[in-house]
Design a protein. Structure first.
Length: 250
């Protein structure tokens, strides 16, 4: 006779329930955030559109005002809405800025232990790919804007007042010459992310200034003559020298 004690059925049921019990509890506010994100992706909500009032959202979702406010706070933090006060206030859909995207990218890069050198390499690869488009699409107004930045940069060097913000302005304006908004935002995001990586100092700005500004002039001249090959060569040389002119964090 088998004297082994049989497992109690209630114990088996309890163990099974534990195996299939919820692992995490999803916050209701997160569901609202995901719903708004989906509506934006689907084009049903566009920048400038006003979301329903807090009371209307409470009624639609069957939730309390505190939960709605939590969802709105999250949406505002990630740059998808702007909350305005006053008689014409409310929550309005907005397009995330390059600054917000750059800051978010910087956080992800830091968490992934990606170095500034890797980001610079990615930016160079991307910028070189833009040159052909820029040579095809650049306008007289674009050239005038680039010339203006170069002349202001030259004057700043001569006055010993060169700032690296002028270099960022040049590269951002250069990307605009491709006349593609998606590319604009990607380049600006790279610039912002690298600006966070780099710690410019006065010596770095001064040593970057003279050769860097001349290379900017040379890039513009090559693009004016539609010589994409030369422009790429100068850009590659220009970007390869940048780390030597700056003191970097990474």
């Amino acid at each position: 006779m088998d004297n082994k004690k049989k497992p109690d059925s209630s114990s088996l049921d309890h163990g099974m329930n534990q195996m299939f019990s919820p692992i995490t509890t999803v916050r209701i506010s997160s569901i609202i955030v995901d719903r708004v994100r989906a509506l934006i992706r689907e084009g049903k909500l566009k920048p400038g559109d006003r979301l329903p009032t807090e009371r209307e959202l409470c009624s639609s979702f069957g939730i309390g005002r505190a939960t709605v406010r939590d969802a709105l706070r999250i949406l505002e933090t990630i740059g998808l809405i702007e909350v305005r006060v006053g008689s014409r206030g409310g929550a309005f859909v907005t397009a995330p800025s390059s600054t917000q995207i750059g800051a978010g990218l910087n956080d992800m890069l830091a968490a992934a232990a990606i170095s500034a050198a890797e980001v610079r390499e990615a930016r160079l690869t991307f910028e070189l790919g833009l040159i052909d488009l820029i040579c095809e699409r650049i306008t007289d107004e674009d050239i005038a804007a680039l010339d203006d930045i170069c002349m202001r940069s030259k004057a700043a060097v001569e006055e010993d007042n060169y700032q690296l913000s002028l270099s960022l302005e040049f590269h951002t304006a250069l990307a605009h010459c491709a006349h593609n908004r998606a590319l604009d935002m990607i380049v600006e995001t790279f610039q912002i992310s690298l600006e966070m990586f780099e710690r410019p100092v006065k010596e770095g700005e001064a040593s970057h200034g003279t050769p860097g500004v001349q290379e900017h002039f040379d890039i513009v001249d090559a693009i004016k003559s539609k010589n994409a090959t030369l422009a790429k060569a100068i850009m590659e040389l220009h970007r390869s020298r940048t780390p030597k002119r700056l003191r970097l964090i990474a």
